[in-house]
Design a protein. Structure first.
Length: 540
């Protein structure tokens, strides 16, 4: 293999994956970790029932020793890898992790070993994606696409690979043409996401599905720049941040908070702080979190001045023990669900510490279904019972602690507050569902239900013309319970919503969407899986 290198490279990085039936994957972890550590190889390897996925780095003979060790298993005898060289260590730790999937999609029954699309060599890729009848799809996260992609490729605007299945169901670019599904070409960084996504496409009835063999990295290594259709740089999940043609290190820098490439002009923004935040993530962390990041950055700078390694301050598990008390409630949630949103708002203001378990609706974990068989979020698992109704969670949280006086219990307005919330839940919500998702109800459009829903928004606006908030001059639980549903209605067609004469309602909703509480409850979390490290909510 011929590789263009930087000056005096000393670290070899090897990226590899293979889908195989691997039922005894958990048993392989201890020996593999020990072998890597014995050879001073660092990086990350994922093991799952469906195979292996890893990126490791170290001295050339040590990395090759690990690859040869893996290939001693007959299942990985043909394991392929991609190499690149750097003059700085790409990783600081070695991790071998057990996972449900080596790349998380969250769809049962998808088998790349049996269902993947047709491989296309990098040398043949240009001709395929230049065909106007081929839909070219970038399966990576949006922040990866933002710094580089193939000319003319569709960006699904996803924040994680597990969101791709939902996008595929509704994507206009994938709709049938002349009674036939289009030809599709998919690509990703190294090929692993493509294998799974093309298998998913075939399960949806797409017959002509192709993917770039070896991914973008193989293409950039193989195809000369003057013949390339690649535009920009390719994001990689290590300290190099990005690579260019010839796999030379790119020019991107990483935000240490959100772990995404810095946006253009980020360093000149007042929201940029080295090692702490960038304009993209500044509003999604608390001051406590920022102070922790500042301390981490300080320790890193001290270590650098002493020419010693720094791999982090206090161990994560110790921090989680401080954040999560023993027998902390467990909250199963879905970020965009308005019911889950109202529950998170109450838990946030009450200060009750929970273990956050973000789920996907298409792949609900067994632990949640055992706690609440009805299978809807939110679900709050307490030491002595389970609460699986959002209003029950709100009232329970505020009963524990109500520092902002959200509760109306015992007040003259309590009955009215409950009546408003019940009306929104029982009467407005069905209109919202039919307006937002007409296809679910075999409707041509949802405009009739938009008109019906507007009746209730008129009432809310009239109420808010009398007082700043629904129950008076102070925000209360009823505002928090209703606002997520109004927001969802508004976002269905924001241009239309903003054009309506609901001045008071618009101001009320804008205050909610611009509030720090809303920013905190809408923070993104990785999808939870069994064995994942606990995540605390709220973190203040």
């Amino acid at each position: 293999m011929t590789i263009q290198t930087q000056d005096n490279p000393v670290y070899l990085t090897a990226a590899f994956y293979q889908f195989v039936d691997f039922p005894n994957y958990a048993e392989r972890r201890p020996a593999l970790l020990a072998f890597c550590e014995a050879h001073n190889v660092k990086g990350s390897i994922l093991l799952a029932n469906e195979g292996i996925n890893g990126t490791i780095a170290g001295a050339v003979p040590d990395v090759h020793a690990v690859l040869n060790y893996l290939r001693q298993d007959a299942r990985f005898a043909n394991l392929e890898h991609k190499e690149s060289l750097a003059n700085k260590p790409p990783f600081h730790r070695m991790k071998v992790r057990l996972k449900k999937e080596i790349v998380t999609m969250g769809v049962e029954g998808i088998s790349p070993t049996r269902m993947a699309g047709t491989y296309v060599r990098p040398q043949d890729w240009n001709a395929l994606i230049s065909d106007p009848d081929v839909v070219v799809i970038d399966t990576r996260n949006h922040y990866e696409v933002a710094i580089g992609t193939f000319k003319g490729a569709v960006d699904p605007q996803i924040q994680s690979f597990s969101q791709l299945p939902e996008w595929i169901k509704t994507a206009k670019s994938l709709q049938e043409r002349h009674g036939k599904k289009p030809r599709v070409a998919m690509f990703c960084t190294g090929g692993i996401r493509c294998e799974k996504s093309t298998a998913l496409m075939r399960s949806h009835g797409f017959e002509d599905v192709y993917h770039l063999q070896g991914g973008i990295l193989k293409y950039l290594e193989t195809i000369p720049e003057d013949k390339s259709l690649w535009e920009g740089e390719c994001f990689v999940f290590d300290e190099r941040v990005s690579v260019q043609h010839g796999l030379q290190q790119g020019n991107q820098e990483l935000c240490r908070c959100c772990r995404e490439p810095l946006p253009v002009g980020a360093k000149s923004s007042p929201f940029f702080e080295l090692g702490v935040s960038c304009p993209r993530c500044h509003d999604h962390t608390t001051e406590v979190q920022k102070n922790s990041a500042r301390e981490r950055q300080k320790q890193w700078e001290i270590a650098k001045s002493r020419q010693s390694d720094h791999i982090g301050i206090a161990q994560r598990q110790g921090k989680m023990k401080a954040l999560l008390p023993q027998d902390a409630p467990i909250l199963y949630s879905f970020r965009r669900c308005p019911y889950a949103m109202r529950a998170r708002l109450a838990l946030l203001v009450s200060g009750v510490r929970c273990e956050m378990r973000e789920i996907t609706l298409a792949h609900k974990p067994d632990q949640m279904l055992q706690a609440s068989p009805k299978g809807t979020v939110p679900v709050l698992v307490l030491k002595d019972r389970v609460l699986d109704e959002s209003l029950d969670i709100m009232h329970w949280a505020l009963h524990q602690n109500d520092p902002q006086g959200w509760s109306t219990a015992g007040l003259a307005i309590d009955q009215e507050a409950h009546a408003w919330v019940q009306t929104i839940d029982d009467e407005f919500k069905p209109c919202l569902d039919r307006y937002k998702y007409p296809d679910r109800y075999q409707l041509r459009h949802g405009l009739d239900d938009r008109e019906k829903g507007s009746f209730y928004l008129d009432q809310l606006n009239s109420k808010l013309l009398q007082t700043h908030f629904l129950m008076g001059e102070k925000w209360c639980w009823a505002d928090a319970a209703i606002a997520p549903f109004v927001r969802q209605f508004a976002r269905t067609d924001r241009t239309w919503f903003d054009a309506q004469p609901w001045t008071a309602l618009h101001n009320w909703l804008t205050q909610f969407e611009n509030s720090s509480d809303f920013g905190m409850v809408m923070q993104r979390y990785k999808i939870w899986f069994e064995g994942a490290k606990p995540i605390a909510f709220p973190v203040k």
